[in-house]
Design a protein around this ligand. Structure first.
Ligand code: SF4
Ligand code: SF4
Ligand code: FES
Length: 201
């Protein structure tokens, strides 16, 4: 076992565990969005940042991808951690202003507004890739992937064309932390959006 400290309390972890996995074993809360225990971690959202300290030296790391090591000192609620968490929440509120899930989690941590500019008020997706990893690693398919590059990067079926590879299992919709996959899955499957018009009387 590996012994180290979280918030000045001694904890033990199996070799290969991450700081986040260990914190969860000890019911120490670290907010996350792009992490799910059933799939590999990518460190995409940076919400799970914690501070590592050794004397006067310290650095911030993403706890969901940082491996445990003997004797390290991890802190989950320092001023640096709270500042970076606020910054990440504000970035996410600007990037995904239509996501009720992000609004709710941000509010729980005291963040209800953003200083960053909002490009698309209808956007819910933070392009974390959790849905694509779930499709590949849980379902065993690759029906969805990152489409385009840079600021145009988005989630969809390859080449943005409907795909028959998708078996409509709903795994990506369930695992999506922002609710964005709910409105994307029909396009992946090529099912047109239905607009209901009231009957004439
Ligand atoms: S649809 Fe959801 S899970 Fe997929 S990239 Fe967007 S936010 Fe992440
Ligand atoms: S619903 Fe389709 S895209 Fe989503 S996980 Fe299942 S197979 Fe993959
Ligand atoms: S939960 Fe660790 S980077 Fe997203």
């Amino acid at each position: 076992m590996i012994t180290f400290n979280i918030n000045d309390t001694e904890v033990q972890a199996e070799p290969g565990w991450t700081v986040l996995e260990t914190a969860r074993q000890y019911e120490i809360e670290i907010p996350t969005l792009c992490y799910h225990e059933a799939v590999s971690s990518s460190g995409a959202c940076r919400l799970c940042m914690v501070e590592l300290k050794d004397g006067s030296w310290s650095k911030l790391v993403a706890s969901c991808i940082y491996p445990v090591a003997e004797g390290i000192n991890v802190y989950t609620e320092t001023e640096r951690v709270k500042n970076v968490r606020r910054w990440v929440f504000e970035m996410l509120l600007a990037q995904c202003p239509a996501s009720g899930e992000i609004k709710q989690l941000a509010a729980k941590h005291g963040v209800e507004s953003t200083r960053f500019s909002i490009k698309d008020p209808d956007e819910e997706c933070m392009v974390c890739g959790l849905c694509t990893r779930a499709c590949e690693e849980i379902v065993g398919l690759s029906a969805i992937s990152m489409v385009d590059r840079g600021v145009h990067k988005k989630i969809g079926a390859p080449f943005s064309r409907p795909t028959e590879v998708c078996v409509a299992c709903g795994c990506c919709v369930t695992i999506c932390p922002t609710g964005a996959m709910r409105s994307r899955i029909d396009a992946v499957r090529g099912i047109p959006k239905i607009t209901l018009t009231p009957l004439a009387v």
